[in-house]
Write a new protein. Structure first.
Length: 67
């Protein structure tokens, strides 16, 4: 994901590292600043693929050979 403000992204990353909850985002929901803060906050989380269902017991992103 792209961000505009590295400073705000770093604020989000610091908040996560310090154990702050997601609700600690100080920026208005839907704003670019909030998106940048959330980009930093979720820096250590895998990106979720929501365009298809994942089979139970199968690691997302792993090719099972099924088509």
């Amino acid at each position: 994901m792209a961000y505009v403000s590295a400073k705000i992204r770093d604020e989000g990353r610091a908040a996560k590292t310090q154990g702050a909850p997601l609700s600690a985002d100080p920026y208005p929901a839907g704003s670019q600043d909030s998106a940048d803060w959330l980009e930093g906050y979720t820096f250590d989380e895998r990106e979720q693929n929501v365009d298809r269902e994942v089979e139970p017991g199968v690691e997302p992103g792993v090719d099972t050979g099924k088509a």
